[in-house]
Design a protein around this ligand. Structure first.
Ligand code: NAD
Length: 403
């Protein structure tokens, strides 16, 4: 049996907690061995609660700790680059939470740091690892949906839980950089990570909160093969956290709902406390989530990361993916300003260049091109047909044998 990994956890906020709950929640062999927080009391309290042997307020020392081989970055966005640099200097494997960076430029620097140093690096994009998403991706890979034409991903809630998210300088933006990063990577996984995102059009506005960033946005991402990604993000949605995806292909459709109303409904007059992340209320009819860290993908994500490390392969989500996501986000911000389609600027594209447009329907009937076949309420079958030469569109009834 492989040995487990000793982890340094940077940050004791929400994500540090979720990650540690995941690693220590079951009888796993990968454990948090050292925790870093700016505040000594918080570091100590976290270490006590989660049975972590070492706690420190010195980030560099936490990263260099000689009993640790892997560092997990759960710090605000503006600290990711510095933390990755320290990991590279110390020669430790690094797993960084989303978004990788605040801009494409910063993400590229981070990517260069890990690739130059040769350390293992994984991008902790949990929402592509939810059990439903992994199964849906497998179905898509097996061809169940044919060619993917359109993927829609939505993440909305009432806004984040800490000051720094609301500060453009530290966060790099608003709801797009915070939530859109998840949606973009979900979209890329379904459409194909080797298909280049080419152009973006985006609406973003500050509708509710008094901040210098967007609290609502919608974007369309056009891919090289003609497929389209659509994301919707909000920091002013009421009613909890809404995480849904729709995938539409030439041969099928998938609808995914990860969080609200997924089969667990509870009424309480209000004595139970925490319900689920970003739930707005603790009484009345509630929608708890059974095994939250598993439903959100953290369990399968860490399994893939540590397996990849042990097997000497890349994880499903890499720092390169984080860089592509940041480049798409940059284009979103440009488009929201210019109100035009903006190109996705990727200086370093590692996917396919030979992409052909999606083919679509290609069926001929007696020299005419089939546009649509439909059974009507009276049971008859109607064909809509196009003359390839003249473009004339006609219709015809046929029997069960198509005659
Ligand atoms: N689903 C997800 O993958 C997910 C969910 C939430 C947050 N995140 C990401 O995790 C990171 C942290 O978010 P969070 O929700 O845990 O935030 P948080 O505010 O809950 O926690 C941040 C942690 O960083 C520490 N910190 C803040 N400013 C610091 C500074 N200047 N120097 C050193 N430490 C500092 C805080 O004390 C705290 O321990 C962000 O990049 C965020 O985007 C990812």
């Amino acid at each position: 049996m492989q040995h487990g990994h000793n982890v340094t956890m940077l940050g004791t906020g929400l994500i540090g907690l979720f990650y540690t709950m995941t690693l220590h929640g079951q009888r796993g062999r990968d454990r948090v061995h050292c925790v870093y927080s700016r505040n000594a009391q918080r570091a100590q309290a976290f270490a006590m609660k989660w049975d972590v042997p070492h706690a420190t307020t010195d980030m560099a020392a936490a990263i260099r700790h000689d009993e640790v081989d892997t560092v997990v970055i759960g710090l605000p966005n503006h600290l990711h680059e510095e933390a990755v640099r320290l990991c590279a200097e110390a020669g430790k494997a690094v797993l960084c939470t989303k978004p990788l960076a605040r801009t494409g430029e910063e993400a590229k620097r981070i990517l260069d740091i890990v690739e130059t140093s040769g350390i293992f690096a994984g991008y902790l994009e949990d929402l592509v690892y939810t059990p439903k998403t992994l199964k849906a991706l497998e179905s898509v890979r097996r061809g169940a949906l044919g060619d993917i034409l359109w993927t829609r991903s939505r993440e909305t809630h009432g806004g984040p839980h800490s000051d720094w998210f609301w500060d453009v300088e530290r966060a790099g933006g608003g709801a797009i950089v915070d939530l859109g990063c998840h949606c973009i990577e979900i979209i890329r996984n379904f459409i194909g990570k080797d298909i280049r995102p080419v152009q973006v059009t985006c609406w973003a506005d500050t509708l509710v909160h008094p901040i210098n960033a967007e609290d609502n946005a919608i974007a369309l991402i056009r891919f090289d093969n003609g497929a389209v990604g659509q994301f919707e993000v909000s920091w002013s949605f009421r009613g909890g956290m809404d995480l849904r995806d729709e995938i539409v292909g030439t041969e099928g459709t998938i609808w995914l709902n990860h969080f609200l109303r997924t089969g667990f409904e509870m009424f309480t007059s209000g004595a139970g406390g925490y319900v689920a992340e970003k739930a707005e209320q603790e009484s009345g009819w509630l929608f708890p989530v059974g095994d939250e860290v598993n439903e959100l993908g953290y369990t399968d994500m860490f399994t893939d990361m540590f397996n990849a490390m042990d097997e000497g392969r890349l994880p499903m989500e890499t720092f390169y993916d984080g860089y592509v996501v940041n480049a798409v986000i940059d284009a979103c911000y440009k488009s929201a300003q210019s109100l035009r389609w903006e190109p996705v600027e990727l200086d370093d594209w590692r996917g396919r260049e030979d992409v052909v447009p999606i083919q679509g329907l290609n069926e001929e009937i007696e020299g005419l091109q089939l546009v649509k076949r439909e059974r009507l309420p009276d049971g008859k079958i109607k064909l809509i047909l196009k003359n390839i030469e003249t473009g004339e569109v006609t219709q015809r009834f046929v029997d069960e044998k198509g005659v």
